[in-house]
Design a protein around this ligand. Structure first.
Ligand code: COA
Length: 260
């Protein structure tokens, strides 16, 4: 399928760069963007060529400046709930991809843009990045997961302040509170993100996928999460890559992981 709002480039290492391409609207999430993201990530789960994803926005100014506000005009309670549920389902798909997804935040990450970055497994930002949940300025609340993922990442106190005030924070502040993993100069951002992803892709792929699943279970009560972790650990022990990793260590050589 060809996309009207996404640019996709997959290199020989399996790094897919997915770019939301509405720079004239600061890459705001209209219905097409959400639908196309859902379609692409659904396919990417089983697409052999895709090993990991860098998700970014087109242009130098914005990652995603939020849901497209023109969609809100006349939105009633029933459609509003459906709007939130659909966006949440697409963002859940991103979080549950089973392959690492890094948000490459090259400017504004506001509202749904911040929530999109939160649904990715990690975030790297350029020095000009601005994060915020300004929904209260429009008389609504974050509806694409922000009230749930932000407190889990930065703590409830800070998340409450950000959501209730709509304050915008810069990249340094986002780094200080653990919202982003690394900050790069704008012209080094994509390279820095790719380096981080390539480090992950050099590891045993099934183990990486199981790690992502186990980390996702950190949202569960701890006893349940630990049960989950033990089951996933058992699964990892059934892989050839586990045998290879242990053998390589004991024989002082580099492992050659096959993803089996
Ligand atoms: N939805 C729809 N259009 C948006 C948008 C959004 N969330 N964010 C930006 N745009 C559009 C603007 O309307 C403008 O379009 P136009 O040129 O046709 O008028 C274009 O993108 C450029 O934005 P502009 O406001 O001119 O840029 P700026 O540098 O002056 O301001 C922002 C940048 C991000 C501060 C400002 O665009 C803004 O506040 N956007 C809304 C952020 C928001 O509330 N997001 C959460 C939504 S729930």
């Amino acid at each position: 399928m060809s996309y009207s709002t996404l640019l996709v480039d997959i290199d020989d290492h399996g790094v897919a760069v997915v770019t939301i391409n509405r720079p004239d609207k600061l890459n705001a999430l209209n219905a097409d963007v959400i639908r196309e993201l859902g379609h692409w990530f659904e396919g990417a789960a089983s697409e052999e060529r895709v090993k990991g994803v860098l998700l970014t926005g087109a242009g130098p100014k914005s990652f995603v400046a939020g849901a497209d506000i023109s969609r809100f005009k006349g939105l009633g309670p029933i459609e509003g709930k459906k709007f939130a549920e659909y966006g949440q389902s697409v963002f859940n798909q991103i979080e549950g991809l089973g392959k690492p997804v890094i948000a490459v935040v090259n400017g504004f990450a506001l509202g749904g843009g911040s929530e999109l970055a939160l649904a990715c497994h990690m975030r790297v930002a350029s020095t000009n990045a601005i994060f915020g949940q300004p929904e209260v300025n429009l008389g609504i609340l974050p509806g694409y997961g922000g009230t749930q993922r932000l407190p889990r990442l930065v703590g409830k106190g800070l998340a409450t302040e950000l959501v209730l005030t709509g304050a915008m924070i810069n990249a340094d502040r986002a780094y200080a509170i653990g919202l982003v993993n690394h900050v790069f100069e704008p012209d080094e951002l994509m390279e820095g993100a790719k380096k981080l992803l390539m480090t992950i892709l050099s590891k045993a792929p099934i183990a990486v996928s199981l790690c992502l699943e186990a980390l996702r279970a950190a949202d569960l009560p701890q006893t349940e999460g630990l049960r989950h972790e033990a089951a996933l650990f058992g699964q990892a022990c059934a892989t050839e890559d586990f045998q290879e990793g242990v053998d390589a260590f004991l024989n002082k050589r580099k492992p050659d992981f096959k993803g089996r």
